[in-house]
Structures are given as C-alpha cells and as structure tokens.
Design a protein around this ligand. Structure first.
Ligand code: NDP
Ligand code: MG
Length: 387
C-alpha cells in the first residue's frame, strides 16, 4: 500500500532531499500536500512535478500569488494553515522540515491528529519539550527523528533494553571554526560561517553548526526523544562526520552508527520506517578514510553549547527563550547586523533577563517565544548602535 505523506518545508534543504527519496521509492511514498514560507513559484513547480493538489504558504502575499497562478489545486494559508493542511490531507506521515520555532504548530497539529511525525524541525522539540512528548503519548503518534544523530540513536536503541543504556553520545563536526580561539572569531564573516566542512544544509542550521548551538539544540532534542537525563548525553567533536552517534551500554560495550554524511539516509529511514530501502550512497570505505578522529568540544569558545545545556537543565520556558534568542541573533548575523561572538552574547543576556517560567500550555510557549524575541532584538539593536 502506498504511504501518503505531507512534506512541510518542501522547498528547503531537507524538503528537496525528501522529494528525491520519494522519487526513488517507486510509488511506495506518495506526497499529498506540500508547504513553504514564501517561495510560491518553487512550491508550485514541485506540486506540478509530483502531482500534488494541496499546497500551503505561511506568507499571505505568497499564498495570494500562488492562488492566482495555480488553479489545479487548493492553496491553504492563514495562521492555522498547518492544522488545515494536515487534518484535511488524509495522510499517514507528516515530515516537518520547517526551520525554526515556526514549526511548533505543525508538530502539535500532526501529533494532535495522531499522525506519525518524521521530525527534522528539532526546534519544535526544543521549545515544546515535555508538552510535545505528552501529546504524542496521549494520541499514540510516534516521532521518528530525521536529524542524523538522533536517527542513528533511534536505530542503535531499538535493539537495547532501556536499563542497559548508560550514555548517549552525539558527534559534532565542529563546524568551520573548529580549533579557533575566541579572539580568532571576532571578525569572521557570514560567508566563512556558511562554509560547512562536511554537511550541505539550510542557512540557519549552518550557522548553528558554526556556533555549536546546533549540538546544544540536539542535546535537548535527545533528552526529549529518548527520555535521557542531561548528564547521560555527551557531545564529542568528530570532524569527519562519519560516526553519527554512539550508545554506551552497562557491560562496557559501545555501539556506533556510521555512514557518509548524506541526509537522504536518515530521511529515507524516517519515511520508510520500519522498512529499509536502497539509498544511492556509496558503501562505507574505512580504508579510504584512513583515520577517524575525536576531540572534546571547546565550550569556552563555543558558549552556545554550554548555554543550551544550562537551559535544558533549567527546563520550563528556558529552552524556548534560548531558541527564540538564537533565531533572532542568527538572523541578525546573516544580515551583518551582529558579529559572530554577538550571537552567544545576545542569547546569554536574553536568558539572564527572562527568568524561566513553568510550562503550562502551548500558549505559554508562544508568549515566552515572543517575549524573548523582543528582548533579543533590542539587544541586537543596542550592540549595533554601540559598534
Ligand atoms: P531551509 O532553510 O533549507 O528550509 C526551510 C523550509 O521551511 C523552506 O521550505 C521554507 O520555505 C520553510 N519555512 C521557513 N520559514 C517558515 C515559516 N515561518 N513557516 C513555514 N515554513 C517556513 O532549512 P533546512 O532544510 O536546512 O532545515 C529544516 C529543519 O531541519 C531545521 O529545523 C533544521 O534544524 C533541521 N535539520 C536540517 C538538516 C539539513 O541537513 N539541512 C539536518 C538536520 C536537521 P521557503 O523556501 O519559502 O523559505
Ligand atoms: Mg544533526
């Protein structure tokens, strides 16, 4: 039976690779709805190429243009577009490949409908944490991670009894600035930060990889996905990005997941789960690689990893505040309004200014997100004025 999929963020890096995985599935995976923020022309091209009749655009102007230009199907828009798109598409799986906390509503809409979620949008788990997990438990919907490290852990943990796992280890490439000290990061440019050594990804996550915030978000993501205490989640820098994650077991054995860095592998795993299908990646050639190296992360230089761990441990609205401040700061960095080291500084000050509150409801998250964005934007503006 073909599997009906909704692909959210289909015009992005993960979204387009997901469509490649779908093309290679010989009709086993069928996209029934697609979404983007504003790239309405790209979205319509995808809808035509894949025979999709429902699309959504988060941006109202883009949605209006799409409705004029495309009459072969329905264009969904408005603030509740994820609910309308997901609930009305009769699908088995939603791939959430939206970037940022804008993806939270889609995660909630999917799980609330009891639909399985292939989750690339780590921010929704970072921000929504316990609430997202409780919602999945209540409706019986499963979350299959797309993030490569968490996909690796999902596979490694499948064979283990919970009591036998002592530690999860996430690997980090270290990004383009691995090995540099703080003083060497003062003047780095956007182009340098976007030049990731091993992975080709969207702009926001590429900057998150350069600051190590990506790994910090992933520690929080792992905590919620696998119910693992923060003390039991370690990060190790591994520049070749071949080992994606490890689990340490109680009997002294450690299991690792290896493969070339290619997101089509975890995307395929999530969309076909529990089946595995062929993905056109080369067989791992360890002799050609020669050496795999590992080193501890430098959390003095890359403070974002430390800040994320602290926010995760604090819990409540702290991870939401951290994430919102990071989104504002990264956006400002990409627009040359904030220096590279300013990213961590803005996040830290935002967290200092906004003490963590309890997480009662998704509404409290939306408030915390807005409040943190306002504070972070003010801090960015102040630093720009002082520069
Ligand atoms: P991209 O920036 O390449 O794509 C983002 C997608 O989301 C686009 O389709 C974009 O539409 C859409 N979008 C952006 N903002 C909004 C919004 N406010 N509302 C609705 N849709 C929106 O991102 P990536 O594909 O790199 O990343 C997507 C997610 O996957 C992120 O959470 C990232 O952390 C995670 N991830 C990505 C990896 C990668 O290799 N890229 C690896 C692991 C995780 P438009 O084109 O119109 O702007
Ligand atoms: Mg990752």
């Amino acid at each position: 039976m073909p599997r009906r999929l909704v692909i959210l963020g289909s015009t992005g890096s993960i979204g387009t690779q997901a469509l490649e995985v779908i093309s290679a599935s010989n009709g086993e995976l069928v996209p029934v709805a697609l979404s983007a923020a504003s790239d309405w022309e790209g979205l319509i091209r995808q809808a035509i190429a894949y025979g999709v009749r429902r699309i959504a655009l988060a941006d109202a102007d883009a949605a209006a243009r799409a409705s004029e230009a495309w009459t072969d199907g329905e264009v969904v828009s408005g603030p509740d577009w994820p609910i309308e798109l997901i609930a009305g598409s009769d699908c088995e799986i939603v791939l959430n490949a939206i970037v940022g906390s804008a993806g939270l509503l889609a995660t909630v809409a999917t799980l609330g409908e009891g639909i399985h979620l292939a989750l690339a949008n780590k921010e929704s788990l970072v921000v929504g944490g316990e609430l997202v997990r409780q919602l999945a438990e209540a409706t019986g919907a499963t979350i299959i991670p797309v993030d490569s490290e968490h996909s690796a852990l999902h596979q490694l943990l499948a064979a283990e009894r919970p009591g036998s796992v002592e530690q999860l280890v996430l690997t980090a490439s270290g990004g383009p600035f691995r090995g540099r000290r703080r003083a060497e990061l003062v003047d780095v440019t956007v182009a340098q930060a976007l030049a990731h050594p091993t992975w080709s990804m969207g702009g926001k996550i590429t900057i998150d990889s350069a600051t190590l915030m990506n790994k910090g978000l992933e520690v929080i993501e792992a905590h919620h996905l696998f119910g693992t205490a923060y003390d039991q989640i370690e990060v190790i820098v591994h520049p070749q990005s071949i080992v994606h994650a490890l689990v340490r077991l109680c009997d002294g054995a450690s299991l690792a997941h290896l493969g070339y860095p290619d997101m089509r592998v975890p995307i395929s795993y999530a969309l076909h789960h529990p089946d595995r299908v062929d993905v056109p990646v080369g067989a791992l050639d360890l002799a050609a690689l020669g050496a795999l190296t590992f080193e501890p992360p430098d959390t003095d230089t890359f403070a974002c990893l430390r800040l994320a761990r602290e926010a995760g441990r604090t819990g409540g609205t702290a991870p939401c505040t951290l994430n919102a401040a990071n989104e504002v700061a990264v956006h400002a960095f990409l627009q040359d309004r904030l220096g590279f080291l300013g990213i961590a500084a803005v996040i830290e000050e935002t967290l200092d200014r906004l003490p963590a509150g309890d997480l009662h409801s998704f509404e409290s998250l939306i408030e915390a997100d807005a409040e943190a964005r306002a504070v972070a934007a003010e801090l960015v503006a102040r630093r720009a004025a002082a520069a």
